[in-house]
Design a binder for this molecule. Structure first.
Ligand code: FES
Length: 115
């Protein structure tokens, strides 16, 4: 991984971008430090990850963060258990990257609630 990239925004502000890689995929993506991982991936044209409700409800953006740091918003416990979260299994629409990330997609069937 190459580490964060600092780019200048249209308003002159500096924005930090991180490199995102997926297990088994050579292609790399960029994600901003000020929006959810899923929002950045959608903006970067990602096709590796399923995109659903974008708000923590459906579970299709479920991933395991294999390497890297992130800030996490509250997870829907019908989709991500406390044990999952402790193991780095999260919803891409509910985390914000804080470093480069290496992730594994683990999508849930939208009809299949945990427990
Ligand atoms: S897109 Fe539905 S939970 Fe993330």
């Amino acid at each position: 991984m190459r580490g964060p990239l600092i780019i200048s925004g249209q308003d002159g502000s500096l924005m930090q971008r991180f490199e995102i890689s997926f297990e088994g995929q050579a292609q790399r993506f960029r994600a901003a430090a000020d929006r959810t991982l899923l929002a950045s991936l959608v903006a970067d044209g990602v096709t590796v990850l399923s995109i659903g409700c974008r708000s923590g409800g459906c579970g299709v953006c479920r991933i395991k963060v294999v390497e890297g740091a992130y800030r996490s918003m509250a997870m829907n416990r019908a989709r991500i258990s406390r044990e999952d979260e402790d193991e780095g299994i999260v919803l891409a629409c509910r985390i914000i990257p804080a470093s480069d990330l290496h992730v594994r997609p683990l999508p849930l069937d939208p009809s299949g609630l945990l427990n």
